[in-house]
Design a protein around this ligand. Sequence first.
Ligand SMILES: *Cc1c(COP(=O)(O)O)cnc(C)c1O
Length: 220
Amino acid sequence: MNREFLLQLQASLPQGTRLVAVSKFHPAADVLEAYHCGQRIFGENHVQEIVAKHEQLPDDIEWHFIGHLQTNKVARIVPFVKMIHSVDSLRLLREINKHAARIGRTIPCLLELHVAHEVTKYGLSIDDCRQLLDDGEWRALKNVKICGLMCMATQTDDKEEIHKEFRLAHNAFNEFKERFFRDDDAFCERSWGMSNDYPIALEESSTLIRVGTKIFGPRM
Ligand SMILES: *Cc1c(COP(=O)(O)O)cnc(C)c1O
């Protein structure tokens, strides 16, 4: 765990931006070390791992689920998860809503956009996302709260390309805010930026950066 980097990053975040420390594949002891540096928001992308860490670690940690989520695993994280960043279908949103309703929770969710060039990444195209919102069924899902958008940029050294992709996501955010969430203060989150591109994300209005490797080192 790179203590100096974490403390520096925490101290340098602009107002209104929060750090999600991505601890996937790193042991609970490393999470605890970051916790003792004041870090409270942690991101995981596997259901089994987030459940195990939640059970072992302090209760005031905010667990954010950031990975691809299968509908048959939703029930396991709904009791404790603070935010799900990676909602990429209406079907998944319905499933989260169903399980959250059973236990009387409302789960903050982000819609994941696909703006990168890589074909393997998950997420909705901006058109599909617009269609999901236009369709309106989400308004009836009272146990999920759509709080913003998430995306990942292409892995490239081309900074202009990364700027371009985050800007696409930000433009989509502004459009959706205006069209669907104008009177809804909860729709305010823009989750973009990872170890290699978070400085660019901060320039492109990110409110949640998700940084793993730079804090915890390479994953085994
Ligand atoms: C792993 C992961 C991150 C963190 O990536 P790093 O390059 O290690 O900072 C961020 N977001 C998602 C969705 C991830 O799966």
